[in-house]
Design a binder for this molecule. Structure first.
Ligand SMILES: Cc1ncc(COP(=O)(O)O)c(C=O)c1O
Length: 360
């Protein structure tokens, strides 16, 4: 049994208790093989069946069209900050890579791309101190692709809709919003996400990419572990993959399917975040700085109007079983991450503790 706590960590994040219990029950003797799943070859028929089922479940959940490859990679989303411009280098010849700046993560993606391609800003919300979405976008035919971050995990800023960039290939770092609501994959050239929020444990990185873009860069120019085409051709088994993370991701995909899929999950996530924002907006003690149109469903940063009480609040919250509410070190304050595995009861418990602390 887990003690009754709620973990609001931004990532690695809380995982569904039902999934952890299943993994625990299966841990020592997986499928009566007398070993755990961590101890078998990734090339065994038993593991390749898991890998296949994980991909099928993800394709079902996200309605991924057949002309998209689903790659299970490593290196985190940070590796994709380099992987995207490296694999799309060929597209960028005589063109530019466009980046939308909505905060810390999108900025990092832009800075890294600049090492490989001619990368430029196409939109920024810096002038609002990243509390809004960018208003004007400089799109033109010189752009080889546009990259954006649908959910800024640190700032708590999320795009409610997919931006319209016309025919320009659209690339998204969905690390902290993937699987939180339905999205139309066909609107994207490429989606990537580190696993450690809504997918599973850290160590796995998901890349969903339109297959006609896989040969944009000569293969000899790419390290094999960064080469999307090679990963696709080898069913993501180019080298030893993070097998346990892949297996847990499969269990999580099936947990989501059983819970009603992404439509049902989106409704729950919308309710959870609305309840917390409504509480914060009505409060004299707490404040969320993000414009309502740009508020994240997944990461809710907030500050105490009297910031000298931050440490006391975090201690109080922990004493009441609410863990990891400290904001990112670069911005301070507090942040409640409400990923799929955070039940509605966790938000109720948080509001209860916020209320008790405000009255103390
Ligand atoms: C939106 C976003 N992009 C990129 C990253 C970096 O991910 P990783 O640590 O997997 O490289 C994070 C991490 O939290 C993130 O939230």
């Amino acid at each position: 049994m887990r003690s009754q706590t709620y973990n609001f960590c931004s990532g690695p994040a809380t995982l569904p208790t039902a999934v952890l219990s299943k993994a625990q029950a299966e841990l020592l003797d997986w499928q009566k093989m007398g070993v755990s799943i961590m101890e078998i070859s990734h090339r065994s028929p038993e593991f390749t069946a898991v890998a296949k089922k994980a991909e099928q479940s993800l394709r079902q959940l996200m309605s991924i069209p057949d002309d998209y490859a689903v790659l299970f990679m490593q290196g985190g989303a940070t590796q994709q900050f380099s992987g995207v411009p490296m694999n799309f280098f060929g597209l960028c010849e005589g063109k530019q890579a466009g980046y939308v700046d909505t905060g810390i993560w999108s900025r990092k993606a832009l800075d890294e791309a600049g090492r490989y391609v001619d990368a430029r800003l196409v939109a920024s919300s810096k002038d609002s101190n990243y509390t809004r979405l960018p208003e004007s976008w400089a799109l033109d035919e010189k752009l080889a692709y546009v990259h954006y971050t649908p959910n800024e995990t640190i700032g708590g800023v999320e795009f409610p809709h997919i931006p319209d960039v016309g025919d320009i290939p659209l690339i998204a770092d969905m690390s902290s919003t993937i699987l939180s609501r339905p999205i139309d994959v066909s609107k994207f050239a490429l989606i990537y996400a580190g696993a450690q929020k809504n997918i599973g444990p850290a160590g796995l990185t998901l890349v969903i990419v339109r297959r006609d873009l896989l040969d944009a860069t000569p293969h000899s120019a790419l390290p094999p572990t960064m080469n999307y085409r090679l990963f696709d051709e080898n069913d993501s088994m180019l080298n030893t993959p993070p097998t346990f993370g892949w297996y847990l991701a499969w269990l999580i995909f099936d947990w989501l399917i059983e819970a009603g899929g992404l439509t049902a999950m989106g409704e729950v996530n919308s309710r959870k975040s609305a309840r917390l924002y409504n509480y914060l907006d009505a409060s004299d003690v707490y404040h969320n700085p993000i414009h309502p149109e740009a508020r994240s469903w997944m990461n809710v940063p907030f500050v105490l109007k009297d910031e000298s009480r931050n440490a006391a609040f975090l201690k109080f919250a922990e004493e009441h079983g609410l863990l990891n509410l400290k904001g990112h070190r670069s911005v301070g304050g507090m942040r409640a991450s409400l990923y799929n595995a955070m039940p509605e009861a966790g938000v109720d418990a948080l509001i209860d503790v916020l209320t008790k602390f405000a009255e103390s």
